[in-house]
Ligand binder design. Structure first.
Ligand SMILES: Nc1ncnc2c1ncn2[C@@H]1O[C@H](COP(=O)(O)OP(=O)(O)OP(=O)(O)O)[C@@H](O)[C@H]1O
Length: 360
């Protein structure tokens, strides 16, 4: 990693003396200009972690550093307004009676010595493409535009780091997609570093350069979107990031016997292991197109979900069901006999097969 802008080292936050901490020994770094998404289900501690970095919560343990400056540890707690961090929340928290420009200038309230606050605020509005809206009040803007005003307010003080807490979740589906694309482009064009917290897998995968998957106060895996999606380390990550096929398998080195035949593995393993295969890593073929069924498993199509550019099939093989995601060039109907064939190595999960029923 190039020089990290943010180093979070073993931070822990307990609200109560009993029970597990809300944030439990979380460590990660954010590189200069990087967007990191922290992805996890409701209640896993994402907001608490962000509030610890922002300075709204005191740490129970660990440290937060920005560049070489300690923001928080056992002895130090730099107040939020002196951390040089910009914040954008789910509810834009704009003042309805103030103009867009005044709302953005509010972001500069601690910068008492700044000579031209209005000029700075207008530049921030320009960055988010709202220079023509300075005199309007927020309720004359769409949800996406209001969120961009909130972003301009956070950007006006020129923070070194932006923290984004579910910033797109109040927007409807289409606006959410376009707004997050615009915000990503804006962050990238300006070389800004950001931490986004979200419970939305698609948002994390499409918005971030790296994704940290969080569960029960801990980070379970950090990697590029492709790594966490295609090479999940645990059952939780495999299931939280999308649909997957879980195969109880017997591994002997780089291969395993699985319910759908012998399969190469992404890493060597031995004994009883749980193997994950995404639906798009399986394909189907009609029996007449499979002269040599070696490496294929016979099955029957149970149902299909047509999604325009692709189709997801549910296929029964013996007593198990598998999901198979194919392009719409291969079309089968419920009841069709098919062969199911893996296209990629199986991904060995660190989770024990016994966790299969207790992974929530
Ligand atoms: N101020 C508080 N006092 C006591 N417990 C809290 C407080 N804030 C959060 N918690 C608890 O800490 C845990 C983590 O909550 P947090 O809001 O950080 O999770 P989250 O992942 O952001 O969830 P969501 O996506 O639903 O906001 C939860 O069990 C929550 O009830």
């Amino acid at each position: 990693m190039t020089d990290p802008i943010l180093t979070v080292d073993g931070i822990t936050k307990s609200y109560t003396a009993e029970g597990p901490p809300a944030v439990d020994q979380v460590s990660f770094q954010v590189a200069d200009g990087e967007i990191l998404a922290v992805l996890g289900p409701s209640g896993c501690g994402k907001t608490t972690m962000l509030r610890c970095i922002a300075g709204f919560e005191r740490l129970s343990a660990g440290s937060v550093e920005m560049r070489d400056r300690i923001l928080a540890n056992r002895h130090t707690h730099v107040p939020a307004e002196r951390r040089g961090i910009g914040l954008v929340f789910q509810d834009y928290a704009l003042f309805p009676h103030l103009s867009v420009l005044k709302n953005v200038m509010f972001g500069l309230r601690y910068h008492t010595d700044l000579p031209d606050k209005e000029g700075r605020a207008r530049k921030a509005l320009q960055m988010v493409g709202l220079q023509g809206y300075a005199d309007r009040t927020p309720h004359h803007l769409s949800g996406g535009q209001q969120q961009r005003v909130a972003l301009a307010r956070a950007l006006a003080p020129k923070p070194e780091l932006l923290l984004l807490d579910e910033p797109f979740s109040n927007l409807d589906a289409l606006l959410r997609q376009t707004t997050r694309q615009e915000v990503r482009t804006l962050l990238k064009d300006n070389g800004l570093s950001a931490v986004l917290v979200t419970h939305d897998q698609e948002e994390a995968l499409s918005f971030a350069d790296r994704v940290a998957v969080m569960r029960r106060g801990r980070i379970e895996q950090v990697g590029t979107p492709e790594e966490v999606y295609y090479q999940p380390r645990t059952l939780f990550v495999a299931q939280f990031l999308g649909r997957t096929n879980l195969l109880m398998s017997d591994a002997d080195g780089t291969e395993a016997d699985t319910p759908i035949g012998r399969l190469p593995l992404n890493r060597p393993a031995s004994g009883r292991v749980l193997v994950s295969l995404r639906p798009e890593h399986l394909t189907l073929a009609a029996p007449q197109n499979v002269p040599d069924p070696d490496g294929c498993t016979p099955g029957t199509v149970i149902d299909r979900a047509f999604k325009g550019h692709d189709i997801t099939y549910r296929v029964a093989c013996d007593s198990s069901e598998y999901l198979v995601h194919t392009s719409n060039r291969f079309s089968f109907q419920p009841g069709d006999d098919v062969y199911i064939r893996p296209l990629e190595p199986g991904v060995v999960l660190e989770s024990s097969p016994a966790e299969l029923n207790t992974s929530a």
